[in-house]
Design a protein around this ligand. Structure first.
Ligand code: SAH
Ligand code: SF4
Length: 358
């Protein structure tokens, strides 16, 4: 099937609900005429990424019934782009035709999938492609899980021998703007009988919704929290990230400390280097000051240039110099390679290019 055919086939499924994301018990309750164990059986097949036709140990009539009324995985891989070192970027289609993207990065210490939590984003960060058209909608927990299951299968993995072992919620969307579904996803993805990726292997990146950081710290979940900081000064940060006008940096740092105190996890500060905007000596000094006093780490990343704005990335040398300054000031910091930057740029850019027909 071509892209368009499969797109239309997918869209025709839009009225059907997806089974992936439901518990075995919930699935069983949809099938009162079948023995209870069918729920667990179907749950297991779904976790392997199987479609109904492949669930051959189910009765034929049950498979036909499921096919008629439900979708197995609400996420379909529409395109795969291969990059350097085994990196793959995925364009996914949802059952209503919406597009999201993800990046797969194989590492010695585990293969990581960067996944999306929303279609678009409403936080309006001025350097980011995901937010350019605002928020389209939240993803369901099943649609987040669907990305993991689809990629694990596409890479030749199974539930027993996973090819995806680490997750970062860093694709399009602000996870804490979709708080309840993200928490339901964290529960579903770490379910013992499912794909079972534990929270110590999951990172969540937020633009800094402070009330949600505190709520999350109190929730008992213990993922690695990344906070997109991008400037240590309120004026500079508000210019890059409108969300800063609502909370401010002092409150953000307080929330980060609270997260550490509650979970014992050091907090990661994401810092995208933008030439002339946040890479001055003054920025390095202030950044060192505000991130000291509790266990944290600064992840520097050179901007992925987006054609829709004029921000520029500093040179590799300038970024390395900024890193050295931070380290001299006692900050634990590293430069992170961009996520799939050699493929289609930062998250959000792939979807845009596809929608623009490039
Ligand atoms: N909304 C969340 C998670 C998704 S964005 C957040 O903002 O944290 C994931 C990371 O990519 C964030 O740190 C974000 O600031 C960064 N990012 C977005 N656009 C970028 C770009 N063009 N270049 C480099 N990093 C970018
Ligand atoms: Fe949304 Fe994160 Fe992009 Fe900001 S950086 S617009 S919060 S996806």
């Amino acid at each position: 099937m071509g892209d368009l055919d499969s797109a239309h086939a997918t869209i025709s499924q839009r009225t059907k609900s997806a089974l992936l994301g439901m518990s075995a018990k919930d699935i069983a309750s949809l099938l009162p005429d079948y023995p209870k164990f069918c729920g667990a059986q179907i749950y297991g097949f779904l976790a392997e990424g199987k479609d109904f036709d492949e669930m051959t140990s189910l009765k034929k009539e049950l498979r036909a019934y499921l096919k008629e009324n439900y979708v197995a995985n609400p996420v379909t891989i529409l395109r795969t782009f291969e990059g350097k070192g085994g990196t793959k970027k995925y364009l996914f289609m949802l059952t209503d035709g919406n597009l999201i993207e993800g990046v797969y990065m194989p590492h010695d210490y585990g293969n990581t999938l960067c996944l999306s939590t929303q279609v678009g984003c409403r936080m309006g960060c001025t350097f980011c492609a995901s937010g350019l058209d605002g928020l389209v909608r939240n993803l369901t927990a099943g649609e987040m899980l669907g990305q993991v299951i689809a990629v694990n299968r596409e890479c030749g993995g199974s539930v027993k021998e996973r090819k995806v072992n680490k997750l970062v919620l860093m694709g399009s969307g602000e996870p804490f703007d979709n708080y309840d579904n993200v928490l339901a996803f964290l529960d579903a993805v770490s379910e013992e009988k499912g794909i079972n990726i534990g929270e110590r292997n999951i990172s969540l990146s937020t633009s800094g919704l402070c009330d949600k950081i505190v709520k999350f710290a109190d929730s008992g979940h213990k993922v690695t929290l990344s906070i997109s900081l991008h400037s240590p000064f309120d004026e500079g940060r508000s210019a890059l990230m409108p969300v800063n006008k609502a909370y401010g940096i002092d409150r953000l740092i307080e929330s980060a400390k609270y997260y550490f105190e509650k979970t014992g996890r050091r907090v990661i500060f994401e810092y995208t280097l933008i030439s002339g905007k946040n890479d001055t000596d003054e920025c390095a000094r202030r950044l060192a000051k505000i991130t000291s006093g509790f266990p944290s780490h600064v992840n520097l990343i050179r901007l992925n240039e987006v054609k829709e704005n004029d921000y520029r990335a500093p040179s590799v040398e300038a970024a390395t110099e900024f890193l050295a300054k931070l380290q001299k000031l006692g900050v634990s910091a590293t430069i992170r390679k961009s996520l799939g930057g050699d493929i289609e740029g930062a998250c959000g850019q792939l979807r845009r290019r596809y929608l623009e027909g490039d």
